[in-house]
Design a protein around this ligand. Structure first.
Ligand SMILES: [Ca+2]
Ligand SMILES: [Ca+2]
Length: 559
């Protein structure tokens, strides 16, 4: 190798001497490395930052910015550099490497420089260009990726959260938010950021990726920053905007899907059950009620949830879907929440209202069909048969009587069904159909039960199939008219002074048939009558006497 090099050198020298025996008239430029992409070339007036090794033609080094560890910064073409460099650096691009051979009259001439550069020295500069800018430069931005939907872009006074990779113009990384695993957060246009970033972020939308190139006078200038940003460095940032809001922002409600029928809208103090997906502006899911498979339940407007959600839940209809964007000042603020919500995060909730009610709500009854003849109506103690469907307000069917072998049967006012259903079944006539909405405090309450979620509002579809008027709790028989004046005589049909079961039974049945009295419905009349007889027959001799009946009558029993 050494031999080959020596031969080449000799050959070169010979040709050089042969073709041009006079000294160099101009710089000789050897562009021995030119980057594939070369977006900008040095022109007169540009500022440059470069490293160099300066040596004589014999290879002896007289100066080196690399050895000093500090690149040289200067302006090109204005006589502030030696003329040879002024010329030799023209057209160079960042990361290009050049060997520039400078004749003495374009360097330090016949005087040289003290003991460093002898008179009439030809100087060889090995240059690598690190940076280039001009006082006329502006911030340059290049969009790399932009979401299709971009409703809003960065303006001054906005607060932004973004990720970035920061490099010098030659590609040397100096900082990255990704390495810290944390977005950079700042107000735009308020002097918190370097000027070039304040400018370069303008007009970005969340999810957009941008390259922002900032000249040093709009970055850290002559001072540089720490050990990573040298003086007079242009900076290149690849920015991904993660989040954006303005402190003046209110919540934004959009993408509403409101049911056709909306009899009522939520107000402060209502208790609501809703499903939600919570995401950040970049689409990352941070919470979902669906994943827990249960609704979120709360009072509205009473501070149980973040302020933005309290607002977002007002004026909703049952069944409504809406998207709500909540700025951090109405969300979790500067502190965020645990590991889940970062500081100053805008939150987006997709809400689906399942139901709401007010603790003062009563049963809501809507008659959907009323028979023409409707004289006899239900009340407490009546024995009724009815059909029902019971569902949640989102339409989920919970129970139905249609799967039973026979119609549902109950006695009203006897605490046999939930309070709200009992109310909903009253004052109803046979054949009537109703929709009855029952708030949870008149249904299964906060805890729910047997397939009913806690605090659920229930919708009953009811049809009354049959109605038998009843008697009060504890009674077997009631009089519907005044008692016969001589009741024992009426019972003692053969007037022998005693009433056996046969006479007693016949008497009661006549009263019922004539509409004067009523037996407890739903049971075998003979069993009830036997029971009544046994109650009267104090001495259990199988017959009631006038005395026995009198005693009982005085105790205000059913006879
Ligand atoms: Ca008798
Ligand atoms: Ca007796």
């Amino acid at each position: 190798m050494e031999e080959k090099f020596a031969l080449f050198f000799l050959f070169f020298t010979e040709v050089y001497v042969g073709c041009n025996p006079s000294p160099l008239e101009d710089v000789v430029i050897d562009r021995y490395y030119v980057p594939r992409v070369c977006p900008r070339e040095v022109q007169t007036g540009d500022f440059v930052r470069y490293h160099y090794n300066g040596s004589f033609t014999d290879g002896k080094k007289f100066d080196s910015s690399l050895e000093r560890g500090r690149p040289f910064v200067g302006q090109v073409g204005l006589g502030r550099l030696i003329t040879g460099i002024d010329r030799g650096i023209q057209g160079m691009c960042v990361n290009e490497r050049r060997k520039v051979t400078v004749p003495p009259h374009l360097a330090y001439g016949s005087l040289g420089v003290g003991s460093v550069i002898p008179p009439d020295a030809v100087l060889v500069y090995d240059l690598v260009l690190l940076d280039i800018w001009n006082t006329e430069d502006k911030v340059q931005t290049f969009t790399l990726k932009k979401p299709q939907a971009c409703k809003r872009t960065v303006v001054n006074t906005d607060f932004v959260r973004y990720h970035y990779n920061g490099t010098l113009l030659d590609g040397t990384p100096f900082d990255s938010s990704y390495k810290k695993n944390q977005t950079y957060d700042a107000y735009v246009g308020q002097g918190e950021l370097i000027k070039g970033m304040d400018e370069g972020l303008l007009g970005m939308c969340v999810g957009e990726m941008r390259t922002i190139i900032i000249p040093p006078f709009l970055a850290y200038g002559e001072a540089g920053y720490g050990t990573d940003v040298p003086p007079q460095a242009s900076l290149m940032f690849d920015v991904l905007l993660v989040d954006l809001f303005n402190p003046k922002d209110d919540i934004v409600v959009d993408n509403q899907e409101v049911p056709v029928s909306c009899a009522r809208k939520s107000v402060v103090g209502d208790f609501i059950r809703y499903h939600y997906n919570g995401t950040f502006q970049d689409g990352t899911l941070f919470d979902s009620s669906y994943l827990r498979n249960e609704t979120y339940n709360t009072y509205i407007g009473m501070g149980y949830v973040i302020a933005g959600m309290d607002k977002a839940l007002l004026g909703v209809c049952i069944g409504e879907k809406r998207r709500v964007t909540i700025p951090p000042q109405l969300g979790y603020g500067e502190h965020g929440s645990g590991d889940i919500i970062p500081s100053s995060a805008v939150l987006i909730f997709h809400i689906h209202v399942i139901d709401f009610h007010n603790p003062t709500d009563q049963v809501e009854i809507k008659v959907t069909h009323k028979p023409e003849e409707c004289n006899l109506t239900t009340e407490a103690n009546d024995l009724i048969k009815y059909r029902y469907n019971c569902s949640l307000l989102d339409g989920t069917l919970l129970f139905t009587s249609d799967t039973l072998d026979k119609p549902q049967e109950t006695v009203l006012g006897a605490n046999r069904v939930i309070e709200g259903l009992d109310t909903g079944l009253q004052d109803m006539c046979k054949g009537e159909r109703r929709q009855v909405i029952v708030p949870p405090h008149l249904a299964h309450g906060e805890n729910g039960g047997s397939g009913v979620p806690g605090s659920a509002v229930l919708l009953f579809e009811l049809e009354l199939l049959d109605l038998q008027k009843g008697v009060p709790e504890g009674y077997n028989f009631v009089w519907l008219q005044d008692l016969p004046e001589q009741i024992f005589q009426s019972m003692d049909m053969n007037s022998d002074g005693e009433v056996p079961l046969e006479e007693f039974s016949a008497f009661i049945k006549i009263q019922v048939a004539e509409g004067k009295g009523r037996l407890r419905p739903g049971q075998d009349p003979d069993v009830i009558i036997k029971d009544m007889f046994t109650n009267q027959d104090q001495n259990t001799d199988g017959k009631i006497t006038a005395e026995e009946l009198t005693v009982k009558a005085e105790t205000h029993d059913e006879l």
